[in-house]
Design a protein around this ligand. Sequence first.
Ligand SMILES: Nc1ncnc2c1ncn2[C@@H]1O[C@H](COP(=O)(O)OP(=O)(O)O)[C@@H](O)[C@H]1O
Ligand SMILES: [Mg+2]
Length: 260
Amino acid sequence: MSLLSVRDIGIEFGGVTALSGVSLDVRPAEIFAIIGPNGAGKTTLFNVISGLYVPKHGRVELNGEDVTRFPVHRLSELGLSRTFQNLQIFFRMTAAENVMVGRHLHEKRSVLPHLFALPSTKKQNAQTRTKAEELLAFVGLKGISEQTAGNLPYGALKRLEIARALAAEPKVLLLDEPAAGCNAVETAEIDEIIQKIAARGIAVVLVEHDMRLVMKISHRIHVLESGRTLAEGPAQEVRRNQKVIAAYLGKHAGEEATHA
Ligand SMILES: Nc1ncnc2c1ncn2[C@@H]1O[C@H](COP(=O)(O)OP(=O)(O)O)[C@@H](O)[C@H]1O
Ligand SMILES: [Mg+2]
């Protein structure tokens, strides 16, 4: 049974089609990659799935429920969480506080006990902090919880962003270019984290340009080109697909060769 189901999505901006007829299904514990050249519609698809854009056609289902027009916070409550291509970190806050922001949605806190700081709220805060520290450890950032995010290196911030997305306890996690701008060592760390997340049963949908990372860890790959599906299948199949090679991998390889 698929956890996330995207059915025949179409969206346009000012008459220009950004996505057309895109469908996909993601299962629990699956690492599902979406690849394609710049402008293919990957981020737009994430924005549709995560409720930032309302599509013109089609629907998004979570656990069989049509969530297409649900607001972002409702989707978060239902178990959908994401990271952004450009970091969305609060640089003046500590690492732990950044994670706790993600946790906030998950807390059942009413306004009144919060105002009077009753013990139940304090207990919840302590629990939230413990959870934040657990998540920081999970992404390999143990011991930096009190550091100001703005003082952390870029690779740590990419992992902090993943920890924050995990704090909402998602069933489906959308990662938009989690290894962008990372060096080989940092990318290997991200690779390991993604596999650990999927091993917990979370469905991971990954947009990523690093083909080595995508080919290594993805169970299935969905290829977009100019807003349409070009191919979908396991890594071994997609990397041999002639249409994919011509439209994307070939061109990419060509670019890499040019820069070598
Ligand atoms: N908010 C928007 N307004 C206008 N055009 C947009 C908007 N978001 C995306 N697009 C267009 O949709 C297409 C797909 O963009 P995007 O989803 O960012 O591609 P990718 O993430 O694959 O690089 C591009 O042509 C882009 O210019
Ligand atoms: Mg993008």
